[in-house]
Each structure stands twice: as structure tokens, then as C-alpha cells.
Design a protein around this ligand. Structure first.
Ligand code: HEM
Length: 517
């Protein structure tokens, strides 16, 4: 036997022994050994990897059964707990809890900086100070015309497709609308995804395909690092299946990079944009505490994460809302009649403020947010002293989290009809508060934007996009599902949802002008 073969054998034996030692430690001695859960999950993190990558399932769905079996705390990995009682959400994501985000999840997108991916609260806070003014309620209200412009383009592209007697791919249509909108707020320059035939702009297709890579990138950090550090040609040869998916990842990165280069090569171009954009702030030293502008990689990371964070989430909410609303034509009729009260003449659009006063529209958006496909556990690391979550003492260093879906589908909170899409629930709640800013008691449990110091800061833009898109769709079109089934609508999620099947397609026929009976 050669020396090299001997060395390889030794390496294999040492790795196997180490692996075995870890399993024994995780099962018998780990501080979390007393928490219940599947044996394999406590023994090795391969359990999650197997589910997410090999079986291509989202753990979130199985977790409902696991919580039923094991109780409201389940050990889902050697050092990770998932909580199933809604109250635990407010324990973990509370404004006083400035816990670190967990590397395992937040390194997934392959960027090392940016609002979403910063692990430390202090870094995120400093960046928020730079970006927040662009997304404040006042700033969004002053730029609502940009959102309306894209909603009108959405309506006219849908009408054109309908004229060719084809049903509309609503997922891609909504993603095109939200992508053009976030691009406009970020770079002042959109990719015109709304003009692409069948809403299939290359960036939309690339973003969609790249979402399927996320489970692999989350569970196999070495592969992820390889993808982003090794030249693409080599990656294609090294990673199985890379030929199919990796090019999409590079394509997304390159397309975002191109937008950034347009701005950086000629910053004066921003002067021609008639409104403040994210890059106006990001390229201005005065926006920073340090008075220093970020480097190119950091600017790219921020642009990239905001586009991902901003585009898919809003589109997913619109998708879910329309899917459920179209199954209830009475709701669509009531919504149309309500919208007509502020938008009687199709050529005279109402203001965002007008839409915000409509109770049923507001309730429908809230219910759509409740149905958002948000299944990933938003993991945080318990600080060294430990913490009490759901009444249990949790050791410091434990990764803890909860999927939003487990709050939004809790029968304890929403009642026995928790799984039904029923906007009326928002109008029935005790104090009848239905306008966006009038909080009802249910609002405490609507956590689509999460809570606490790392909660979403794009929510004012998101709400504006949702009000305007919903109103535009309902006012302009008679919508019916084109045969899409519940199975077509199944989703999987690992930070951002994707739909492995056909997803939602609908007939959108131009609506008549007046009130509907
Ligand atoms: C319906 C639409 C949206 C939903 C449901 C949503 C949901 C969320 C959630 C749940 C988080 C917390 C994630 C975590 O803890 O890891 C978050 C964070 C974030 N969202 Fe949104 N979001 C939406 C729209 C937007 C938009 C339009 C933007 C664009 C500006 C945006 C930008 C961000 C950023 C930058 C973060 C990270 C904040 C931080 O970690 O400090 N989101 N969002």
C-alpha cells in the first residue's frame, strides 16, 4: 500500500471516528439532550439536510406533526430547537432581545454583508440608519406614483396577454411588478420585467430557478462557498447538477451587478432620477456614521439582498391572496364594490390613503399576509447567560427559532377555522379596528414581517404595493382560476418560497365599469 493510500485510509478512519464521537456526544451529553424530538435530529444535522435536500421537503410542514407528538419544543438539530406555541414567537423576536442571527441560515444567500444577513444587531442597526429614510411611511407616501405606474403597467400587460386568449401566470406577473418596483426604489432604474412576454424576463426566470438552490446552499456550506469563490467554469465540473442550476445563480448575481455598475460608472445618472433612491443614500458619505461609503462588494451585497427580500415576499403575498380570493367570487364582488366607492371612474385613480380606509380590502391583505408561505425557522442564538422561552430555561448558545407559519396557523389564536381564508375575521374582532393603523387584537398575532429589532423595514413599501396591486387587479379584471389545483400551489421554502409545480394561472378579463350585484 502506498503512503498516499495509507494517509487516505487514516483520514477516513479519523473522520468516521470523529463523526461517531459527535453522535455519541449529541445524544448522551449535549446540553439539549433532554429536549424531545426525532432521535436522528438530535444526533446529527444530516437529518435536516436529508429532508430539505434529498427528500426536497420543507421541515415546517412535518413540524406540525412533530409538535403534536413531542410538545411545543422540538429538538430539530443537535444544537437547535423549534418552538410551536404562538407565545414563544413574541419571546424570541421581542424588541428587547438583540440576539445574533444564526450563521447556519443567514449565510445561505452567499453574501457576507447586508441588512438581512448581518449576524449582529449593532451592524444591522447602523445599516438601518442609512437605509430607513427611503422606506419610511412618509417617503413611501410621497412616491406612491411610482408604485401606481408599475401597477398600471401590470394591468396593461395582463390585458394584452388576455387579448391573445391566454391565461395569466400570476406568480411571474406579480414578481415582475414587485421586481420593477424595488429596482426603481433601489437603483432608480428598472429592468422592465413587466414588459417581457408572458412576464418571463431573464431575471425573473433566473431568480425563480435560483430559489431551488437555497436548500443545498443552506445545508452544505462548503458547496455554497465553492459556488461563490471558485471560478464558475470549475464549479460546473465539480458539483453534480450544477450545469442545471448554478448558471442561474451567477445570472442573478451578474444582472444585479450590471445594474449597480450602471449607477457606479456614472453616479451623475442618479441626478436624472426625479426621486430619492437607495443608492442616493448609499453613495452619500453623509448617510454614514463613519462618513465613509461602502466598498463595491458591500454595495452589491446590499442591493442583492434588498432585491431578493423586497421582490419575492410581496409577490408571494399577492399570489396567496389572489389564489384564495378567486375561490370566493362573493368576496371578489364585495371587494370590487368597496373599491368602487373610492375609484368610480377607472381613469381617476384613488390615492393610497383612500385605499387604506377600505375595511374589506385591508382585511383581505391582512388575511393574505397570514397565508404567506413563510416556513423557515428564523433562527437566533441565545446569548451566553441563557434565556426563558415559552416558560422553559434554554441554555446559552442554543439556536432557537420559529416559523411564522406556526403562529399563522395556530388554532389557539385563530380558532378552528385557522386554515380557512376568511378576511371577515379581521372585521369581527372585538374592537372592529380594520384600517391598517387601527390595530385589532388579532394584529398581535399577524407576524408576517416578524417582530423585534430585526423585523422587516420594507413593510411600508410592501403595504403600498399590496394595496395598489390588489385594488388594480380587482377594479380592472374579472378573475377566475384557469384550472390551477391545490397541488399546483404547493410550496417549499428555505428563506424564500418556490413552487415546484405549475403555480397560479388565471383568466383575467377586463371588467365592466360599474357596481356588481
Ligand atoms: C409582504 C412583504 C414582506 C414580508 C412578508 C417580509 C417579511 C420579512 C421578515 C419575516 C423579515 C425578518 C426575517 C428574519 O428575521 O430573518 C424581514 C426582514 C427584512 N425585510 Fe422584509 N418582508 C416583506 C417585504 C420587504 C420589502 C418590500 C423589503 C424591501 C425593502 C424588505 C426588506 C427586508 C430587509 C432588508 C430585512 C432584514 C432586516 C434585518 O434583518 O434587520 N422586506 N422581512
Amino acid at each position: 500500500m502506498t503512503a498516499i493510500a495509507l494517509f487516505c485510509l487514516f483520514l477516513l478512519a479519523a473522520t468516521s471516528l470523529y463523526g461517531l464521537g459527535r453522535v455519541v456526544y449529541n445524544v448522551l451529553f449535549h446540553p439539549l439532550r433532554k429536549f424531545p424530538g426525532p432521535w436522528m435530529a438530535g444526533a446529527t444535522s444530516s437529518w435536516k439536510a436529508y429532508k430539505e435536500v434529498i427528500k426536497q421537503e420543507s421541515a415546517v410542514h412535518e413540524l406540525f406533526a412533530l409538535h403534536k407528538k413531542y410538545g411545543y419544543i422540538v429538538r430539530v438539530a443537535p444544537n437547535e430547537l423549534h418552538f410551536g406555541s404562538p407565545g414563544a414567537f413574541h419571546d424570541i423576536y421581542h424588541s428587547s432581545k438583540r440576539w445574533d442571527k444564526d450563521t447556519g441560515l443567514y449565510r445561505t444567500p452567499g453574501v457576507s454583508s447586508g441588512s438581512f444577513t448581518f449576524l449582529k444587531y449593532a451592524q444591522a442597526k447602523e445599516r438601518r440608519e442609512v437605509i430607513l429614510p427611503i422606506f419610511s411611511k412618509k417617503a413611501i407616501n410621497s412616491l406612491e406614483h411610482l408604485v401606481w405606474r408599475n401597477a398600471n403597467r401590470l394591468a396593461s400587460s395582463i390585458a394584452q396577454t388576455n387579448a391573445t386568449k391566454r391565461s395569466i401566470d400570476l406568480l411571474y406577473a406579480f414578481r415582475s411588478y414587485t421586481l420593477d418596483t424595488i429596482m426603481c426604489f433601489t437603483f432608480g432604474n428598472c429592468v422592465n420585467a413587466l414588459d417581457a412576454p408572458a412576464f418571463s424576463d431573464p431575471l425573473i426566470l433566473a431568480m425563480d430557478a435560483s430559489l431551488r438552490m437555497l436548500p443545498l446552499m443552506k445545508n452544505f456550506p462548503m458547496i455554497r462557498d465553492l459556488i461563490f469563490t471558485v471560478p464558475p467554469a470549475l464549479v460546473m465540473r465539480l458539483i453534480p447538477n450544477a450545469q442545471k442550476l448554478a448558471p442561474r445563480l451567477y445570472q442573478v448575481r451578474d444582472l444585479v451587478q450590471q445594474q449597480l455598475q450602471i449607477v457606479l460608472n456614472c453616479p451623475s445618472k442618479l441626478d436624472t432620477v426625479p426621486h430619492q433612491t437607495l443608492f442616493h443614500r448609499m453613495l452619500d458619505p453623509e448617510s454614514y456614521r463613519s462618513k465613509e461609503v461602502l466598498n463595491l462588494a458591500e454595495l452589491h451585497d446590499e442591493g442583492f439582498t434588498l432585491i431578493f427580500a423586497g421582490a419575492n415576499t410581496v409577490a408571494d403575498t399577492l399570489l396567496m391572496g389572489h389564489w384564495h380570493a378567486m375561490q370566493n367570487q362573493t368576496l371578489l364582488t364585495q371587494l370590487r364594490n368597496e373599491i368602487l366607492t373610492v375609484w368610480p371612474d377607472i381613469d381617476k385613480q384613488p390615492s393610497l390613503t383612500d385605499l387604506e380606509t377600505l375595511p374589506l380590502l385591508t382585511a383581505t391583505i391582512k388575511e393574505s399576509l397570514r397565508f404567506i408561505p413563510s416556513g423557515v425557522s428564523l433562527t437566533r442564538v441565545v446569548p451566553p447567560g441563557g434565556a426563558v422561552i415559552a416558560g422553559q430555561q434554554i441554555p446559552g448558545g442554543t439556536v432557537v427559532g420559529m416559523a411564522i407559519l406556526h403562529v399563522h396557523q395556530s388554532a389557539e389564536v385563530w380558532g378552528t377555522d385557522a386554515l380557512m381564508f376568511r378576511p371577515e375575521r379581521w372585521l369581527e374582532s372585538s374592537d372592529q379596528a380594520s384600517a391598517r393603523n387601527g390595530k385589532s387584537e388579532l394584529d398581535h398575532w399577524l407576524v408576517a414581517f416578524s417582530r423585534g429589532p430585526r423585523m422587516c423595514f420594507g413593510m411600508n413599501l410592501a403595504w403600498a404595493e399590496m394595496y395598489i396591486a390588489f385594488a388594480t387587479m380587482v377594479r380592472n379584471f374579472d378573475m377566475t382560476i384557469d384550472g390551477t389545483t391545490a397541488e399546483d400551489m404547493q410550496w417549499r421554502e428555505c428563506i424564500a418560497a418556490y413552487y415546484p409545480n405549475r403555480h397560479l394561472h388565471a383568466w383575467c378579463r377586463p371588467a365592466g365599469p360599474g357596481k356588481v350585484k
